[in-house]
Design a protein around this ligand. Structure first.
Ligand SMILES: [Zn+2]
Ligand SMILES: [Zn+2]
Length: 347
């Protein structure tokens, strides 16, 4: 075992504190990563506060991780010491089910292992990236191209792949009209990626406050959902709507913005059910779908795509002691557009 510095939650209500956690000894196929940056995802906050179910404390979260390979086990072939790498939301899966064999480990039916608050194959509870080091099976470690700015790379591992995967699956590209609901951590990546894929992108945000940003990220149109005229003007317009909002929205209004055969995909996960009126689907053969992160191969494809196309998240880098304040600002939507912890401040 190796003891490393970390930030952890000790209960659902107390602030996160500096502490140490244990990392397992390097197995034959394991990679030891010296973490350099860790992104703050809204899921981290839900999890440490037990909002998505009970978790064991102390708990270190963080599933947007980048750093360098510090050591490799004897059987590692995919990664070398010194390489810049990343880890996202998963660190293991059953590897035998249909989804795993198809490279879609995020839909593993044998139970995949989440990067934190998961139970790994050896029975230990996983601890996330708000720490100086992590040990991960080489198959779940991604190469992070040097062309991506180091501090901006981390949010690609969750926010990037969560939006890239549905955009690719539903074939956003030249000739398609894509709407992105919400311009936060996920939404701003959805806009950048959809625009890079060649789609005509519209942002649907509560207000016009971030309009300049949205257009700079590649959107061609920007509408306020607080304005009822928006839903009138945009009926039967979009091929694909990506919903990044984790609060309830009026589904009937949004579904009617889809044209024939259009698809509404939610990646935001409101705790309450989203109510779908049947006729809003029936009328134009519309679909209502969800999407969960992406597989390992697809995550690598996304990283290479972002490097090639010069796409990176907008980040605000903070020190380890600013995490609690950052959480409050995330909850107040006061971040443009992702907080990233400079893990050197934990050493
Ligand atoms: Zn996340
Ligand atoms: Zn599986």
């Amino acid at each position: 075992m190796r003891t490393v510095n970390a930030i952890a939650a000790t209960s659902a209500t107390d602030p996160l504190v500096r502490t140490t956690i244990e990392r397992r000894d390097l197995g034959a196929r394991d990679v030891l990563i010296e973490i350099r940056y860790a992104g703050i995802c809204h899921s981290d906050i839900h999890t440490v506060r037990s909002e998505w179910g009970p978790v064991a404390y102390p708990l270190t979260v963080g599933h947007e991780i980048v750093g360098r390979v510090a050591e490799v086990g004897p059987d590692v072939t995919r990664h070398a010491v010194g390489e810049r790498v990343g880890v996202g939301c998963m660190v293991n899966s059953c590897r035998e089910c249909e989804a795993c064999r198809d490279g879609q480990e995020q839909y593993c039916t044998g139970g995949n292992t989440m990067t934190y608050a998961g139970v790994d194959r050896d029975g230990t509870v996983t601890q996330g990236g708000y720490s100086t080091h992590v040990v991960v099976d080489e198959d779940f470690v991604l190469r992070v191209p040097e062309a991506i700015p180091y501090e901006a790379a981390a949010p690609l591992l969750c926010a990037g792949i969560t939006t890239y995967s549905p955009l690719r699956h539903w074939k956003a590209g030249p000739g398609s009209k894509v709407a992105v609901v919400g311009l936060g951590g996920l939404g701003h990546m959805a806009v950048k990626i959809a625009a890079a894929l060649g789609a005509e992108v519209t942002v649907l945000s509560q207000t016009l406050n971030k309009k300049d940003d949205g257009l700079a990220f590649g959107a061609e149109h920007y509408y306020a959902t607080g304005d009822k005229a928006t839903f009138q003007a945009l009926q039967n317009t979009f091929d694909l709507i990506i919903n990044t909002v984790s609060a309830p929205i009026k589904m009937s209004s949004y579904l009617r913005l889809l044209r024939l055969d259009g698809v509404f995909v939610t990646v935001g996960a409101p705790p309450q059910p989203l109510e779908v009126p049947a006729f809003a689907l029936i009328n134009s053969r519309r679909s209502f779908a969800g999407s969960n992160i992406g597989g390992i191969a697809e995550t690598q494809e996304m990283l290479d795509f972002c490097a090639e196309r010069g796409i990176a998240p907008e980040v605000e880098v903070i020190g380890a002691d600013a995490v609690n304040e950052a959480y409050e600002r995330v909850l107040a939507s006061d971040v443009r557009y992702r907080f990233v912890i400079d893990v050197d401040t934990l050493r």
